[in-house]
Design a protein around this ligand. Structure first.
Ligand code: IMP
Ligand code: MG
Length: 182
C-alpha cells in the first residue's frame, strides 16, 4: 500500500489495506449467503461510492440474487450538505422482495434516514443494510446496520470507491485525510 497519496491537493495516509478489505468482504458475503440462501435477494447499491464494494460483495455471496442501483447524494467536497438529492430512480420492482441496501460508508446517516421510508413505500418483503464503513462518532440519525465492515474514527477517507470531489475512487485500499482541513 502506498505510504502517502496526494488527492486533488490534499494528503491522505493508509488506513485499511486491500487485503484487510478483501477478508472483511468475504466474511460479510458468508453471513449474507447464510441468511439469504432461499430468499433471492436484490442487492440495491447506492451510487456512486458503492460500486467497488458492490462488485466484491456480490461475488463473495454464493446464492441466487439480483443487483440494481440507485443514485443519491448528500455530499459535496469533504462535508455532508445535509440535504439528500435523488438523481436516478429505482428501476427494479422490489415489491415483496428481500432488499439488501449496499452503502460504501455511513457518516451522519442522513442519506439512509431520508431514503429508507421512500424504499419502504414500495412494499418490499424486507430491507436490510450492508455498509463497508461506519463512522460511529458522526452518526446523527441512528440506523440498524445488519452487515457492517469497519468502524472508523470521524475523519474523511478515500479509495475503494470513495471519492474526494470525484477523485481517488480507483485506489485499491482506503486512505484517511492526514491533516485537518482549513
Ligand atoms: P451520510 O448521509 O452523512 O451518512 O453520508 C453518506 C454518504 O456520504 C456516503 O454514502 C458517501 O458517499 C459520503 N461520505 C461520507 N463520508 C465520506 C468520506 O469520509 N469519504 C467519502 N465520502 C463520504
Ligand atoms: Mg455513498
Amino acid at each position: 500500500m502506498q505510504s502517502e497519496v496526494s488527492v486533488h491537493g490534499l494528503s491522505f495516509r493508509p488506513l485499511i489495506s486491500e487485503e484487510e478489505i478483501r477478508q472483511k468482504v468475504v466474511e460479510m458475503g458468508a453471513s449474507i449467503t447464510e441468511a439469504y440462501r432461499e430468499r433471492n435477494p436484490i442487492f440495491l447499491g447506492i451510487l456512486n461510492g458503492c460500486f467497488v464494494f458492490m462488485a466484491d460483495l456480490v461475488r463473495a455471496c454464493d446464492l441466487p440474487c439480483e443487483v440494481s442501483f440507485i443514485k443519491l447524494a448528500s455530499y459535496e467536497g469533504l462535508q455532508s450538505t445535509g440535504e439528500v438529492k435523488t438523481h436516478i430512480g429505482l428501476e427494479a420492482d422490489i415489491k415483496d422482495r428481500h432488499v439488501i441496501l449496499v452503502e460504501d460508508i455511513i457518516d451522519t446517516g442522513k442519506t439512509l434516514h431520508s431514503f429508507l421510508p421512500v424504499l419502504a413505500a414500495f412494499k418490499p418483503a424486507s430491507i436490510s443494510l450492508a455498509a463497508l464503513i461506519v463512522k460511529p462518532e458522526a452518526i446523527v440519525y441512528p440506523i440498524d446496520i445488519a452487515y457492517k465492515g469497519f468502524d472508523i474514527e470521524n475523519k474523511f477517507i478515500v479509495g475503494y470507491g470513495l471519492d474526494y470531489d470525484g477523485h481517488a475512487r480507483n485506489l485499491k485500499g482506503i486512505y484517511q485525510l492526514s491533516m485537518e482541513t482549513p
